[in-house]
Design a protein around this ligand. Sequence first.
Ligand SMILES: Cc1cc2nc3c(=O)[nH]c(=O)nc-3n(C[C@H](O)[C@H](O)[C@H](O)COP(=O)(O)OP(=O)(O)OC[C@H]3O[C@@H](n4cnc5c(N)ncnc54)[C@H](O)[C@@H]3O)c2cc1C
Length: 404
Amino acid sequence: MGAGHAGLAASHFLSERSIDHVVLERGEVANSWRRERWDSFRLLTPNWQSRLPGHRYEGPDPDGYMTMGEVTEFIERFATLSRAPVRTGTNVTSVRRTDDGYQVTTSRGEIRCRTIVIASGACNLPALPEFADAVPDSVEQLTPFDYRGPGQLPDGGVLVVGASATGVQLAAELRRSGRPVILSVGEHVRMPRTYRGRDVLWWMDASGVWDERFDEIDDLSRARRLPSPQLVGTPERTTLDLNTLASMGVEMVGRWAAVRDGRALFSGGLRNVFSLADLKMERLLDTFDEWAKTHGRDAEVEPPERFAPTRVPEAARLQLDLRSGEVIAIIWATGFRPDYGWLDVPVIDAKGRLRHEGGVVDSPGLYALGLPVLRRRRSSFIHGVEADAREVVEHLARQLAVRR
Ligand SMILES: Cc1cc2nc3c(=O)[nH]c(=O)nc-3n(C[C@H](O)[C@H](O)[C@H](O)COP(=O)(O)OP(=O)(O)OC[C@H]3O[C@@H](n4cnc5c(N)ncnc54)[C@H](O)[C@@H]3O)c2cc1C
């Protein structure tokens, strides 16, 4: 289910084993990239890292970052090369268990199958706090699914909520368009774009941090909820952290906690939030340094660096009158969640998450791919799917053989 890179990678390994299958896609191949990102979007993973089974970036700019059109093309090319049997325009509306497999209802009829790989994505819907409903109607509310660019908004201030990759990128773009921007900052993962002369994601890759397996992680459910790193892909390889945004004139406020009488109330813990993010970044950089030393790689990279702590604003405000006209729009960059509304099998927990062990779902013959830290830390990224898909399809093939 799903012709994003995860579903297509599953298809690649199913074909390799001559397992008869079909890829159902409600839109087109790479639908999420075509329909659900803003206009200026670029990957935050560098081109050299874009690799799928038997297909990798081979263009002239390995250290660059793909635009939305380029990612779409990259995934489409993979679908063509692997001859994936994709049925586009086929929306799955229900999946039910039968005695020997599953009954799938789609917008184009019924299908029976013995196994299903759910690769319908981890980011189908925006995750909004409940108090979004209490925001006065005079303020426009957008999610990253609706936002295309600053030109779409009337003149005036914008409140961006969330300081992970999406939030910092949109706050910077809106500020550059000349608007006053306030950024509400909760937990975030700070990272420099480059470290010791290399892309920080090179370090994640080379040092093996990204290869940590799901069954080796102490607090797996926390690892699965971690926000995306504060990174942006630009031709200049710029770092976009909170200090950069503050220098651009973006105002920082704490986590948005509630709406009362038309006022947004922010928490006052910015100092703690900043120092925790700084501390975790330092620890990550220590891990990289240690790896370079013990693996004899020190000579091929620049000397260790440390970065200025995140500057705490002198007096971050604790509330904002949403009826005053100071902000005309709110952008919720508060994360995403999957949509399993079509899944009529009892495998969803109280928090709306799929119950699975490394992609083997808690129902025979049901599998998943493309979810955060599914089998490794890198699982939900493009370069993370190959190993996961190989292993999940291996399990699936064994199951089919046993049943036969
Ligand atoms: C804002 C953002 C930025 C990201 N940046 C990066 C990055 O820089 N580098 C990187 O490696 N990763 C990045 N990712 C993570 C990841 O690569 C994407 O989330 C990717 O789209 C996941 O691939 P997927 O195949 O699992 O899911 P998707 O690409 O979402 O594919 C799922 C497919 O399933 C289809 N589908 C869903 N429901 C149904 C249904 N009921 N019936 C039929 N079809 C259905 C959808 O139309 C879609 O085509 C980013 C994610 C987001 C949200």
